[in-house]
Design a protein around this ligand. Structure first.
Ligand SMILES: [Zn+2]
Length: 139
């Protein structure tokens, strides 16, 4: 689900909490892959071990671990970029805004960003629920 759709449906705070949970579940997966790698290396040195099968498991664990690390960093970076802009510039209320509209990233990088994110908007207009101030959140 796109970021803006998710925020519109759940609200910013729930979206942020959910992004952190999903991100950290990828960190847990990375730790499990690391354990699998260590166990595989230990098993590889044992006599009579099926080295082809163990090598395949090591390869798969490495691939899944790299993917999990990349996804973990991607989710957390994006969540932090948006969370750092979630404070109202006028009343300093954190995360108390509603999404009004989405727009593509302004400037010359517009086409590159929209292609990289599958056409998803790269910024959104938000309105503070406490004071009514409007501002732009970009990622
Ligand atoms: Zn405000």
């Amino acid at each position: 689900m796109a970021i803006t759709q998710s925020i519109r449906r759940r609200g910013f705070r729930k979206w942020y909490e959910r992004e952190l949970l999903i991100g950290h579940s990828h960190l847990v997966l990375l730790l499990m892959c690391t354990l699998a790698l260590l166990a595989g290396m230990e098993a590889f040195t044992q006599p009579g071990a099926s080295r082809g099968l163990i090598a395949l498991c090591l390869f798969v664990a490495t691939g899944v671990g790299v993917w999990a690390l990349r996804r973990y960093l991607q989710l957390l970076m994006r969540a932090e970029i948006i969370a750092n802009q979630a404070v109202c510039p006028q009343c300093q209320a954190y995360g108390r805004w509603v999404l009004e509209a989405t727009a593509p990233q302004p400037g010359p990088a517009e086409e590159v960003d929209s292609d990289a994110q599958g056409g998803e908007p790269a910024c959104m207009n938000v309105c503070c629920r406490a004071c009514g101030r409007r501002w732009l959140i970009e990622w």
